[in-house]
Design a protein around this ligand. Structure first.
Ligand SMILES: [Zn+2]
Length: 278
């Protein structure tokens, strides 16, 4: 599932091609995603200009010139990408939504498993939108501080650190990969209870989350299974994983003699080194 760096990379790619473009045709071929595509979707989008493309947690936000916002989520297997007129090709299976701009660019939303969604919101009420209102702080924003994370973790004191960070109300945009990587960088065990961190450890975790996400953004995200960028390129951060999917290998921390271990927590794999992550 795409996490913050992958979604951010896709949004930046889409913005590069689409900001300023007017949507002239909107075709919905399948409405039954995780939430149904609203009945007025085509009518709301047709004729509108894309002003800006942003992101909140793992949601893509496409701002239109009448203050409508398309809120998109890629779910497990969704892709959203732009094709130029020369790349025109017939519709493929699972191309659920196709937007065409005045310059004949096509934007395709493709999602075989249909766990994603495309719904509508208003720019002046986004914080109150059902999908966005409970989200925690954005980890790359300046206001993501140790005090802020401490307050959020304090709401889940008995929850293991791994699960607490997957909870989107604690911190927005993290998933299995970047939680494992951040905990290794912070030298904290995924099994530590969220309420047991001292201020120094929370500060270390904030720094680790920010650094792993920044590094992943530079690499264009991680490509495992279905992720591709808006222009079809693939990300390369998977080559820089320190622990994720590396069980049985030596811990990469200098001076540590541990081995990366896989642990299943709440049905999901966590990768960590028990020697240096406490
Ligand atoms: Zn280690």
């Amino acid at each position: 599932m795409p996490e913050l760096p992958e979604v951010e990379t896709i949004c930046r790619g889409l913005a590069g091609s689409l900001v300023g473009q007017r949507l002239v045709r909107v075709a919905v071929h399948c409405r039954t995603l995780r939430q149904p595509i609203p009945a007025n979707f085509e009518q709301q989008l047709t004729g509108r200009v894309i002003e800006r493309i942003g992101r909140r947690a793992k949601y893509m936000l496409i701002f239109l010139d009448d203050k409508t916002v398309v809120i998109g989520h890629l779910g497990m297997s969704g892709r959203m990408y732009v094709r130029s007129p020369v790349q025109a090709e017939p519709l493929q299976r699972h191309d659920h939504v196709v937007l065409t701009t005045a310059d004949e660019l096509t934007v395709v939303y493709h999602d075989p498993r249909r766990f994603g969604l495309l719904v509508l919101g208003r720019a002046d009420a986004l914080d109150k939108h059902e999908l966005l209102k409970t989200l925690g702080p954005e980890p790359l924003e300046d206001d993501f501080t140790a005090a802020r994370l401490d307050e959020r973790l304090g709401r889940k004191p008995r929850s293991p650190l791994k699960a607490a960070q997957l909870d989107q109300t604690v911190v927005a945009g993290l998933g299995n990969i970047y939680v494992s990587e951040a905990l290794h960088r912070a030298a904290l065990s995924p099994e530590r209870l969220a309420g047991t961190l001292n201020g120094r450890e929370t500060g270390r975790l904030v720094k680790a989350i920010r650094s792993v996400l920044s590094d992943a953004l530079v690499a264009g995200g991680s490509t495992l299974r279905d992720y591709v960028q808006a222009d079809g390129e693939v990300g390369s951060f998977q080559n820089l994983f320190r622990v994720y999917d590396r069980d049985g290998r030596r811990c990469p921390r200098s001076g540590c003699r541990g081995v990366v271990t896989r642990l299943v927590q709440a049905g999901r794999s966590t990768y960590f080194c028990s020697q240096c992550q406490k």
